[in-house]
Ligand binder design. Structure first.
Ligand code: NZQ
Ligand code: ZN
Length: 389
């Protein structure tokens, strides 16, 4: 295994009723004035907003609202949140939602305090955070990104057409409240997309060196099987608590840094999807679903034994009579079949991208990372994009 340092400062409160049980007590720690941040309004329809407001009002908090955080949050939205936080002297932030809300809140927690242009300082390049961001607590309403348990925030700069993520430990939420019942109302399309994002995070970690015996790969196989099994169950019954709770914890386990320890990590597929998102605003998990099998058909020959292991241990494919290459290919095919089975898109056309999209411009804007079994070039990314069409 490679060397590592591990810390995760987020305190997790998991399970049915956790918001009712713990929010009041938690809110007493961070000050009187809370910036309540959320998305497009799902929390007003499913009762989460009312439940949280009652708790905060009873606790005597002054609530300042910051709403309308969009999927793929923009830098402009971050600046808006920071202005509201500053103008109203917010002491802390409570974000309620999925990755988009949580990521936007992390960036707001910096922008509300820093005098600098936080895009230039902390997203255009890795920066050093030498101050305390506003404390952030989150209430997770959809399983997927795992943003609740890390300092990562993916922000889109619309003017520059760049969507990029940075992970700053100082941006880890102070606490994460995770009630699986809060995810019952997530539309099926978003549930499968979020779950595929979980699978993608695990695969992007698993398909990277080292390949010899390591604890991360063993945990990753268990997690992948758990996501597949519980997503199938949640598609059948969206109110299956066991399935929803497993998916919620899988999401956190995939991104709480644990499985990344000692691994190089790939995440080239994420780089491609992020730029696709920057240009088209496509759904993150759906974009990943289109890209993954095509990308893996480009790289599996360079990581044959790991792809063969994936086929056997994750998809249960019998190796008898198959060459290592045939087994590896069967694993990628099983992944592609699963994507179809759960109703995710398999092409850019199904993703809703326009026929005349400038794929070259998007391919040329993608970051090239060193962790893949095969180092990508912009030309090969363009080939992948064309095959996705
Ligand atoms: O906005 P509202 O009305 O709340 O509706 C949301 C949104 O439309 C809806 N939703 C959430 N909880 C719901 C619900 N609808 C009904 N009932 C509920 N309980 O779901 C929709 C999608 O939400 P969003 O937060 O955008 O989804 P997700 O969690 O997939 O986040 C995606 C963003 O996170 C970034 C992605 O790139 C994208 O910008 N990522 C963040 C990462 C991180 N910080 O570690 C890693 C990821 O790889 C990813 O890049
Ligand atoms: Zn992701």
């Amino acid at each position: 295994m490679n060397n590592f340092i591990f810390e995760n400062s987020t305190k997790v409160f998991f399970g049915k009723g956790c918001v009712k049980e713990y929010l009041s007590c938690l809110s007493s720690k961070y000050g009187e004035r809370v910036l309540l941040a959320y998305g497009g309004g799902s929390i007003k329809k499913n009762g989460i907003y009312e439940e949280v407001m009652n708790i905060l009002e009873k606790a005597g908090k002054t609530v300042i609202e910051f709403s309308g955080i969009m999927a793929n949050p923009t830098y402009a939205k971050v600046q808006e949140g920071a202005r509201i936080a500053r103008k109203n002297y917010a002491d802390w932030i409570l974000g309620i939602g999925g990755g988009s809300v949580m990521d936007c809140c992390k960036a707001v927690s910096l922008a509300a305090v820093s005098q600098k242009d936080i895009w230039n300082e902390y997203w255009a390049k890795p920066g050093i955070i030498d101050f305390e961001p506003l404390p952030l607590g989150v209430i997770v309403t959809v399983a997927g990104t795992g943003s609740e348990c890390n300092g990562g925030a993916v922000i889109t700069n619309e003017a520059l057409k760049i969507k990029t993520g940075r992970d700053y430990p100082k941006c880890n939420p102070k606490f994460a409240l995770m009630d699986p019942e809060y995810t019952y109302t997530v539309p099926v399309k978003q549930m499968v997309s979020g779950s595929f994002d979980i699978l993608s995070h695990i695969m992007e970690t698993y398909f990277s060196e080292p390949n010899e015996n390591n604890v991360s790969d063993d945990i990753s196989e268990a997690l992948m099987k758990n996501v597949i099994q519980n997503l199938r169950a949640a598609v059948k019954d969206p109110e299956d608590y066991t399935a929803r709770s497993n998916l919620m914890w899988d999401a956190a386990m995939a991104e709480n840094r644990i499985i990344k320890l000692g691994k190089k990590c790939d995440f080239e597929c994420h780089q491609m999807e992020h730029q696709l998102g920057a240009f088209t605003d496509c759904n993150h998990g759906c974009g990943l679903a289109v890209l993954h099998p095509v990308y893996y058909r480009h790289i599996y020959k360079y990581g044959l034994s790991k792809f063969a292991r994936f086929a056997k241990n994750v998809w249960g494919i019998q190796p008898d009579g198959k060459s290592e290459e045939q087994l590896a290919e069967a694993g990628v095919n099983a992944l592609a079949d699963f994507i179809k089975e759960i109703g995710l898109p398999s092409s850019f056309h199904e993703l809703g991208l326009p026929e005349d999209i400038n794929l070259k411009e998007i391919a040329d804007s993608c970051n090239l990372v060193p962790g893949s079994y095969k180092k990508m070039s912009h030309e090969e990314i363009l080939e992948i994009f064309r095959e996705c069409m």
